[in-house]
Design a protein around this ligand. Structure first.
Ligand SMILES: Cc1cc2nc3c(=O)[nH]c(=O)nc-3n(C[C@H](O)[C@H](O)[C@H](O)COP(=O)(O)O)c2cc1C
Length: 274
């Protein structure tokens, strides 16, 4: 059961922990030391850490985190809108990678940054699997192409058929249009419990895609791979995800071989103001 403890020598009784608690578990009237939440309320606690994060004196500790584990927020580090927009526009899907895979520590840093993405109920359900072995990566592409050949036999007129034909033909000629010879593939998977997990995973992967820029790396969503891996049975054994887990998405990761010079145009947003 989550619990909070207050250092009464530091508490300035400003009531901010009570104001910020999204589940209204901490309920001191302003001017008092917050009491320990009742067990019947603390079961709703999502361990979001807002109570620790809002306290200006570091007086409040939560059983999942104490103030010493939570660095001081530095708002000066937030880029301005022009800078931020530039970063968002600069991110590209990378399909030409240097051969060497990123170092294990760098991938771990990248995945840990993706872990700061929001998640439903703060469950942080996403788990990761990382492939960097060339033979394994090639085998994954092989399996995607097997699935595509199977689909072409079963449903030759399906809308994806022309793409599948092209991908299989290219692979037969030694060109990888599935993973673009990426030196690393990162998979996001989870158990399904509340229903938000596929969204949680997509947000984490989008964070990962952006965070890669800061590490000099680039990514590309592996949509074809994900589609095949979700539907083609032989992947089950090969990926060997924990029991009850589903694959939600995958990202090619590596150091880009080429540098984009301009920011391409995107559709003007269609907004209905109400
Ligand atoms: C869900 C999703 C799946 C994708 N799957 C693939 C894929 O399998 N192969 C690929 O080369 N690009 C894939 N992409 C990348 C898109 O083609 C790319 O985002 C789009 O063309 C825009 O280019 P940009 O990312 O450089 O802005 C995927 C993107 C998303 C969001």
């Amino acid at each position: 059961m989550p619990a909070i403890t207050i250092d009464e020598t530091l508490c300035i009784k400003d009531g901010l922990c009570s104001t910020i608690c999204p589940m209204q578990i901490i309920t001191p009237p302003k001017g008092e030391i917050p009491p320990e939440p009742k067990p019947e309320f603390s079961k709703w606690c999502t361990s979001c850490g807002h109570c620790v994060s809002i306290c200006p004196t570091g007086a409040l500790s939560h059983s999942s985190m104490n103030p010493d584990q939570c660095p001081t927020a530095d708002y000066k580090l937030i880029p301005g809108p022009d800078q931020f927009e530039h970063i968002l526009r600069l991110r590209r899907s990378i399909r030409r990678f240097k051969k060497t895979p990123p170092e294990k520590e760098v991938i771990e840093r990248l995945i840990s940054m993706a872990g700061y993405a929001p998640s439903g109920h703060n469950f942080q359900p996403v788990r990761w699997q990382v492939f960097t072995n060339r033979d394994d990566l090639n085998q994954l592409v092989d399996m995607v192409c097997d699935w595509m050949k199977h689909m072409l036999n079963e449903m030759p007129e399906a809308p994806h058929a022309p793409v599948f034909k092209e991908v299989v033909k290219a692979w037969n000629e030694g060109k990888d249009l599935v993973l673009h010879e990426a030196p690393c593939l990162v998979l996001a998977h989870s158990r399904i419990q509340t229903g938000t997990e596929p969204t949680d995973a997509a947000i984490s992967l989008a964070y990962l895609d952006l965070a890669a820029l800061s590490l000099g790396m680039g990514c590309c969503w592996a949509g074809l791979f994900t589609m095949a891996a979700k539907l083609w049975e032989p992947f089950g054994q090969f990926l060997d995800l924990p029991k009850g887990h589903q694959l939600h998405g995958a990202m090619m990761v590596g150091y880009p071989k080429l540098k984009f010079q301009r920011l391409p145009v995107r559709n003007h947003p269609e907004i209905q103001w109400r």
